[in-house]
Design a protein around this ligand. Structure first.
Ligand code: NAX
Length: 366
């Protein structure tokens, strides 16, 4: 049996976690041979509810569930974590402006970034789900000066899966038959679900569906799917969000299938002209526990306009919380580029992890 890995989860008594934790404990995220330690974190007032969730996890008698620990603060909860799933966030309250929402969450995620920096494992992998996910990821990452920004991602796999599911239903294919879906940008209604690279059973998707349907039905449907689920169910998407978290972490850690493209919110390295220093959803492939942006995709005028819109929204979000971003991490966030093939994380300014050993040097940081 392998050594257990430590997975910290915030918002562990919430709706998403009520699906997520059981999937993780069942081995769906890290593999069926990987024991897990769950470090569950909640706000102090939700600890009793969290205790109930922990009892249920215990009652499932999962063979892979090594230990469960409960924490009412992130400093304890992130200790030695190999993976951190930041699910909890402050929801938008009545009368709250979007800028207020950005600011209150900025404080939460700044603290979480510092705690990850100070207490988590050096190669921790972080996935931010709590909304506004892209900007929260930026705040956490900017507050973790000793971690690489490439250790932070935000969840756009739900949007990716939604696009795949909706296209499958419309075309009569199954989700398995579809590849090449791309979600660009923000996890918000400005995101751009791009089908220009998508295939259905190996043939271009856009040659098999009506362009008007793509433009006027599909794109808004994917963009507005979260709202449609709230309208229908009276509650926000939880089980599908949990599935997407499992998918995104699974692929990041264990790799994507050969030829498969997935969407992940990651720090922009300037690819496709997207301004550096914001978390943006890109098409990626994963291997060796790393991700790399799929390059060389042609962007037509239709797509470019949509990329610009969602990029602008992220720049506006960043402007609202700019004063909360530590200056010391600005350079590392503007200089990142990741090369999957060599397994090396490069910094354009030539800085990188220190080379100290006189016997052998590698500059792998993750
Ligand atoms: P719930 O309100 O059911 O649960 C959130 C839990 O987080 C609560 O139990 C709360 O006590 C806890 N919490 C809040 N602040 C915390 C903190 N600072 N530390 C630890 N725990 C904290 O929400 P749920 O439906 O589980 O959704 C969680 C988050 O995911 C929300 O922000 C939601 O907007 C976001 N989503 C993001 C998605 C994405 O694709 N990126 C999709 C699904 C979801 O809407």
């Amino acid at each position: 049996m392998r050594r257990p890995v430590r997975i910290a989860v915030t918002g562990a008594a919430g709706a998403i976690s009520y699906s997520l934790l059981f999937k993780i404990a069942a081995g769906e995220m890290m593999g069926k041979d990987q024991p897990v330690i769950l470090q569950l974190i909640e706000l102090p007032h939700a600890m009793e509810s969290l205790r109930g969730v922990a009892m249920e996890l215990e009652d499932c008698a999962y063979p892979l569930l090594h230990t469960i620990t409960l924490h009412d603060n992130v400093e304890d909860g992130f200790k030695s974590a190999h993976y951190a799933l930041l699910v909890g966030a402050r929801p938008r309250g009545p009368g709250m402006e979007r800028s207020d929402l950005l600011e209150v969450n900025a404080e939460i995620f700044a603290r979480q970034g510092r705690a990850l920096n100070d207490f988590a494992n050096r190669d921790v992998k972080v996935l931010v789900t709590g909304n506004p996910a892209n900007t929260n990821a930026l705040i956490a990452s900017r507050n973790a000066p000793n971690l690489s920004p490439s250790q932070f991602t935000c969840l756009t796999r739900l949007d990716h899966n939604r696009a795949k599911g909706i296209l499958a239903s419309h075309s009569g294919a199954t989700a398995r038959d579809i590849n090449g879906i791309i979600i660009w940008g923000n996890h918000s209604p400005t995101q751009y679900p791009d089908l220009h690279q998508a295939t259905i059973l190996g043939e271009p998707a856009l040659s098999q569906i009506d362009m008007d349907w793509y433009r006027d039905v599909f794109i808004p449907q994917v963009q507005q799917r979260g709202g449609a689920i709230i309208d229908a169910r009276g509650l926000s998407s939880a089980a599908s969000a949990a599935q997407a978290i499992v998918n995104q972490m699974h692929d990041w850690v264990l790799g994507t299938d050969p030829g498969e493209i997935v969407s992940m919110g990651i720090l922009s390295d300037g690819s496709y002209g997207i301004e550096k220093g914001i978390f943006f959803s890109f098409p990626v492939r994963c291997n060796y526990g790393r991700y790399q942006i799929v390059r060389g995709i042609e962007i037509n005028e239709f797509s470019q306009q949509r990329l610009n819109d969602t990029e602008q929204e992220l720049l506006d979000e960043k402007a609202v919380i700019e004063h909360l971003l530590p200056k010391e991490t600005e350079a590392s966030h503007l200089n990142l580029s990741i090369c999957l093939r060599s397994g090396v994380t490069l910094y354009a300014d030539g800085t990188g992890p220190e080379q100290t050993s006189k016997f052998m040097t590698t500059n792998r940081v993750m």
